[in-house]
Design a protein around this ligand. Structure first.
Ligand code: FMN
Ligand code: SF4
Ligand code: SF4
Length: 251
C-alpha cells in the first residue's frame, strides 16, 4: 500500500507513479487527517510512505499520524521523501519510528522534486519544474523495482551536516517558523473557500468572505499555492509565482 501526504502535488505525483508501477493501492494521509481519522490500516503488501521533506525530516504531522495508527498485515516499511534539494539525515528518524512501531525498516529514498517553500524561496518556472520531475522519474522507477523485489533501498551515509540539519536545525525550524502567524490575505480574495477546502488540518475558516487561520498550521503550502487569485501571502511569498506539480508530467 502506498500512503502519501502532499501539500502541492509532488509527493502525490510520486505516490501515484509508485502505485502504477507496483500495481498497488493508494491511501491519502491528507484525507485521513482532514477527517481526523485514526482508522486501522491493513495491507498485505509492504507499507510505502511518501511525503515531502520539512526541515530535513518527514513532516511531524505524518510521523505523528503513523505513530497513532494501528497497522496490520505486512510490516515492511519503505519511506520515499520528496525534497527540493536534500533530506539530510531523515532516514535515521524513519528508522527510529520503525523501531517504535515494530516495523521492518526497508530504507528511505530521496526524490528531488521542484521546490515549493514559498515562505522562504522562489518556486521554479514551469519548464524547469517539468525538467526536474523528468529527472526524478528514473529514481522513482528504481525505488519501485527494489520494492517489487522485496529488497531494501540503498543506504546512504549521513554527513555531520545532515545530522545537524535533521536534529537541532529541524527543532529550531519548528519552534520558530512552523505556524500561521504571518499568513494574510489580500484584497484579491473572492471568498471562494478553496483554501479551506485544501487545508489538510482544517486550519482555515472563511468568515465574512475572508480566510482566517486558526493556529494549527504545518506550513504545507497548499493554501498559498492553490488559491485561484494568489491572494494568500506569508513571509517572502509576495510577487512570486505559485506552484503545483506540473499537470503535463501526470499524463
Ligand atoms: C515547510 C517546508 C520545509 C521544507 N524543507 C525542506 C528541506 O529541508 N529540504 C528540502 O530539500 N526541501 C524542503 N522543502 C521542499 C519540499 O520538501 C519539496 O518541494 C516537496 O517535494 C514538496 O512536496 P509536496 O508538493 O508533496 O508538498 C520544504 C518545504 C516546506 C513547505
Ligand atoms: S482560496 Fe483565495 S480567493 Fe478563495 S477564499 Fe481563499 S484566499 Fe480567498
Ligand atoms: S493553513 Fe495553509 S499552509 Fe497551513 S496547513 Fe493549512 S493549507 Fe497548509
Amino acid at each position: 500500500m502506498i500512503l502519501y501526504f502532499s501539500g502541492t502535488g509532488n509527493s502525490e505525483f510520486v505516490a501515484k507513479k509508485l502505485a502504477e508501477q507496483l500495481d498497488d493501492t493508494l491511501l491519502s494521509i491528507n484525507d485521513r487527517l482532514k477527517e481526523k481519522s485514526l482508522k486501522k490500516v491493513y495491507s498485505d503488501r509492504p507499507l510505502v510512505f511518501v511525503a515531502p521533506t520539512y526541515a530535513w525530516r518527514m513532516p511531524r504531522l505524518v510521523e505523528q499520524w503513523i505513530e497513532r495508527v494501528t497497522f496490520s498485515g505486512n510490516q515492511n516499511a519503505y519511506f520515499v521523501l520528496t525534497c527540493g534539494g536534500s533530506i539530510g539525515g531523515a532516514g535515521n528518524y524513519a528508522e527510529a519510528l520503525c523501531k517504535k512501531k515494530n516495523f521492518q525498516y526497508m530504507g528511505t529514498q530521496q526524490v528531488v522534486m521542484p521546490e515549493n517553500y514559498l515562505v522562504m524561496f522562489s518556486v521554479p518556472e514551469e519548464p524547469e519544474a517539468i525538467a526536474t520531475v523528468m529527472r526524478a522519474e528514473p529514481v522513482i522507477e528504481e525505488a519501485a523495482s527494489l520494492i517489487k523485489s522485496g529488497l531494501p533501498f540503498h543506504k546512504e551515509t549521513v554527513s555531520l551536516l545532515g545530522k545537524a540539519q535533521s536534529g537541532p536545525v529541524n527543532a529550531l525550524f519548528y519552534t520558530m517558523l512552523v505556524n500561521d502567524k504571518k499568513f494574510y490575505v489580500t484584497e484579491d480574495c473572492i471568498g471562494c473557500g478553496k483554501c479551506a477546502q485544501v487545508c489538510p488540518l482544517n486550519n482555515i475558516k472563511v468568515d465574512e468572505g475572508y480566510p482566517q487561520w486558526n493556529h494549527k498550521c504545518t506550513q504545507c503550502m497548499a493554501c498559498l499555492n492553490e488559491c485561484p487569485r494568489s491572494a494568500i501571502e506569508c513571509g517572502m511569498s509576495y510577487g512570486k509565482r505559485r506552484y503545483h506539480c506540473p499537470e503535463e508530467t501526470w499524463k
